[in-house]
Design a protein around this ligand. Structure first.
Ligand SMILES: O=C(O)CCC(=O)C(=O)O
Ligand SMILES: [Fe+2]
Length: 309
């Protein structure tokens, strides 16, 4: 993984004076388009490393949730400002972020996304079976809202640089588009075919990329082998919000400690599946050490590790 300093050094010059050598696109064939056909999604993932599932939720729901996110960000800005701005890989102070617990504690829509059949089915297929059928976990979860003028994010993989590419897919990723994603407002840029690269990503290169354009209500599917990054928002007045959820195998440490970050009341009556995904269990069947010091309302949410789905 690059030093943060190097990352920001490269990123701040990206739109204006990027003189890094260009790594041209070598991808052959048509780019994935939004589709409702699961077979086509699988083909696009295999060929291009990403796919766009169309009409997973309605455009109206997307707008409603985008407005909800904007309001939640404004609320957090008043009390907890550092939690929504200046994220590690943002290159300016225009982007805004909300983390999974900030979303799931507020609205059931953001809890429902986690256990939606689309990501669960693709995660099963892409990560494969686990030793004793333990449930996968949510590795990371956040909304990224690019705002007019915000710069592109450096092209990267959602994966530790310490993990060789030859280890294969370690995380599935799903971007729930709460706005139309287009080139102008900063649609996620992707390097099609880069999931098959054998070389680690290099901050010294400018990767040619294309925007993954997707209407609100779509879900962009990829994995941690694909090179990608949020695009620059060149629009005058259009924010672009996407809720991004990553899933990993049970033995991988999630970036958010959900049982400590969630409001237990928000999970009252929730499914076993959702709690498994959020890590309310041991990671391995046969190693269920009790959570002796957890507050009683958290202990009441504990579930067994063997996958309920
Ligand atoms: O918001 C986006 O388009 C992508 C963000 C992203 O790649 C990330 O935060 O890792
Ligand atoms: Fe990313």
């Amino acid at each position: 993984m690059a030093e943060v300093g190097t990352y920001h050094e490269v990123a701040k010059n990206m739109d204006t004076a990027d003189r890094r050598p260009v790594k041209p696109l070598t991808f052959d064939g048509p780019l994935p388009k939004p589709t409702e056909d699961p077979g086509q999604l699988r083909k696009d993932l295999a060929r291009a490393g990403y796919a766009i599932a169309a009409n997973v939720f309605s455009g109206q729901k997307a707008r409603e949730m985008r407005d909800f996110v904007v309001a939640a960000i404004t609320e957090e800005e008043q009390t907890n400002e550092s939690s929504v701005r200046g994220f590690y890989t943002d290159n300016d102070d225009l982007n805004r972020r909300l983390f999974g617990p900030q979303l799931m504690n507020r609205h059931e829509f953001f809890r429902d996304l986690v256990e939606h059949p689309l990501p669960l089915q693709f995660t099963k297929e892409m990560l494969g079976p686990q030793t004793l059928n333990e449930s996968y976990l949510v590795q990371s979860y956040g909304v990224n809202m690019t705002r007019p003028g915000s710069l592109a994010q450096g092209i990267h993989r959602d994966r530790s640089g310490a993990m060789p590419l030859s280890a294969g897919v370690m995380q599935t990723r799903f971007i729930w588009c709460l706005d139309d994603f287009d080139e102008e407002n900063g649609a996620t840029r992707v390097v099609p075919g880069s999931h098959l690269d054998t070389e680690p990503q290099d901050w010294g290169l400018h990767y040619e990329s294309v925007p993954a354009e997707a209407p609100a209500g779509s879900v962009v599917i990829y994995d941690d082998l694909l090179l990608h990054g949020a695009g620059a928002n060149k629009s005058k007045d259009r924010v672009r919000a996407g809720a991004i959820i990553g899933y990993c195998p049970p033995w991988w440490k999630p970036s958010i400690n959900f049982p400590m970050a969630m409001n237990p009341a928000a999970l009252e009556g929730s499914s076993v599946r959702l709690r498994q995904l959020l890590g309310y269990s041991s990671t391995s069947v046969g190693f269920e050490y009790p959570w002796e010091f957890a507050p009683p309302e958290v202990r009441a949410l504990i579930v067994p590790p063997a996958m309920d789905w």
